[in-house]
Ligand binder design. Structure first.
Ligand code: TLP
Length: 343
């Protein structure tokens, strides 16, 4: 058993042996000059999987989302975002900092924005106000505890966007988790949006990288924006090679992470202080309230760490994420630790 069972995030996953070998052997070239065959292979695979024309390999999900917002918006415009979305809360304000647009947060239930609420937040043309140009979705929804946003909500938002001449971008950092949990193919979500990004470096376990996917012309513009943001990388086939394995070999196993998250939730729900309905756990992320008279959240995290369990504080609660580097034995260890501390 390693010193720690690390449930802080699926971003902590380490590349597999096969990925490391592929990195060592990757054919590479200068990708800024368009010479890297492995990156080209990854970009065309990603575009094909999503049913779109083109894809762009980006260093991070945050950069891919930043490029997406910038490529669809202009000055004096506004972007509709879900109020707990990652793009609005956890990406260091790039909407204002990079794109110079205002965010318009809309409430939701578990990441699902009511189309009527979205409609009510689309600005009417007026000299005083920004023009609404983009709606951002997120699936799965991180802060809503890995909730899956259903396809019919995507379809409703798409219809609304078309009626009002708006673009739709999807933060699909964990879109494959949504697809594995719902049985809806990723292409179905993808056809409802103009662009989407997904991460290779979370549950799919590649060491770095996210893909931005859209039509060819927009992605070529995105390529220039990536350069302007300092994200043009040279012999980056060494990172695209594990990305190819992530896409071809790591998607189906996400189901195992979801099963472990559910087992962990069932194992700890009902213990003193834990506010968690295991039925709300749909994918790999568990977020639960923690209200204990003697143990504030930081103290609880410290007690867990003493027992070899790493978790994160979010809001007033605790977040735990399952992934390929935590197996059944780590889940058992975590449940045991919670019971020893709280039982
Ligand atoms: N999320 C990270 C942290 O930033 C919280 C995590 O540990 O979950 N969209 C979503 C929905 C994300 O969860 C993340 C990362 C990103 C975008 C940004 O991806 P990176 O970390 O590659 O910039």
């Amino acid at each position: 058993m390693p010193p720690y069972s690390d449930f802080r995030s699926d971003t902590v996953t380490r590349p597999t042996e096969k990925m490391r070998k592929a990195m060592a052997e990757a054919a590479v070239g200068d990708d800024v000059l368009g010479d890297d065959p492995t990156v080209q292979k990854l970009e065309s695979l990603a575009a094909g999987i999503m049913g779109k024309e083109a894809a762009l390999f980006c260093p991070s999900g945050t950069m891919a989302n930043s490029i997406a917002v910038k490529m669809w918006t202009n000055a004096l415009e506004e972007v509709i975002v879900e109020e707990r979305s990652h793009i609005y809360n956890l990406e260091s304000t790039h909407l204002t900092f990079i794109s110079g647009v205002t965010p318009r947060p809309v409430r939701s239930t578990r990441g699902v924005m009511d189309p009527d609420d979205v409609l009510a937040n689309i600005r009417k043309p007026n000299v005083h106000t920004p023009r609404t140009s983009l709606i951002c979705l997120e699936n799965t929804h991180n802060i809503w505890g890995g909730a899956v946003v259903p396809l019919d909500n995507f379809e409703a938002i798409r219809r609304l966007a078309d009626t009002h001449g708006l673009k739709v971008h999807l933060d699909g950092a964990r879109l494959f988790n949504a697809s594995q949990a719902s049985g809806v193919p990723v292409k179905e979500y993808s056809r409802c949006v103009d662009s989407l990004m997904f991460c290779l470096s979370k549950g799919l376990s590649a060491p770095a990288g996210s893909m931005l996917v859209a039509d060819r012309e927009r992605i070529e513009f995105g390529r220039r924006l990536r350069k302007a943001l300092g994200g043009g990388m040279r012999q980056v086939g060494v990172l695209a090679a594990p990305g190819l394995i992530a896409l071809t070999e790591m998607v189906d196993r996400l189901k195992e992470d979801h099963a472990r998250a559910k087992a962990l939730a069932r194992g700890i729900a009902g213990l003193p202080g834990i506010v968690l309905d295991p039925a709300t756990v749909e994918t790999d992320i568990i977020i639960f309230g923690f209200e204990h008279p003697d143990l504030p959240v930081p103290a609880m995290l410290g007690r867990l760490k003493d027992k070899g369990i790493l978790a994160l504080a979010v809001g007033g609660g605790i977040r735990m994420v399952t992934h390929k580097d935590v197996g059944d034995e780590d889940v058992d260890r975590a449940v045991k630790a919670f019971r020893e501390i709280l039982g």
